[in-house]
Ligand binder design. Sequence first.
Ligand SMILES: [Zn+2]
Length: 193
Amino acid sequence: MDALALDPNGYGGTYKLIGGNRALDLVNTISWPLTSRRHDWFDLPTNVTTWLEAVELDPVPVTDSDLAAITEIRQVVAEVVRPLADGDRPPVDAIRSLNTHVSGANSRRFVDPTSLSWTWPMPQRPAHALDPVLLDAAELITAGKHGRLKQCPSCAWLFSDQTRNGGRRWCDMADCGSRAKSRSYYHRSKASS
Ligand SMILES: [Zn+2]
């Protein structure tokens, strides 16, 4: 999978849309969470706009002052989906916070009389561009199938396993998957030498 052209701001890694769901791809805009390699791709407001466009949301201009509201939404989503990917129940408070944001997002959508589909007006604030992602998060949680919600055992990126046999293990075979493969090859060849 190709990397999305986000400005790495001096960071050595890349960002990829590997989540299979926008809510997970939003959470994954922090690479290597909880490690010393942690990198927040949303440190740069221009990256937020590029990301919005890549996931087919309104690519609104974002400034530094919008980042707090945007990363708060990301945090709220992460606190609900990451426990599920770990096989745990999300804390009740996390669900409450999500509900507050989902209800805001719901209040802004309407049925478009022409397309007869759910539609959002142009976002009044940049954070509102994430409204559809909040509903994606709610859908992901309420649809069940939590066993399909996984995290990469190497980098902790989250993804929805959409393979037929549910055997997906890595964020991307080209990254963590091939690193693990070459590691196990190394160990095997060490053992046999
Ligand atoms: Zn990974």
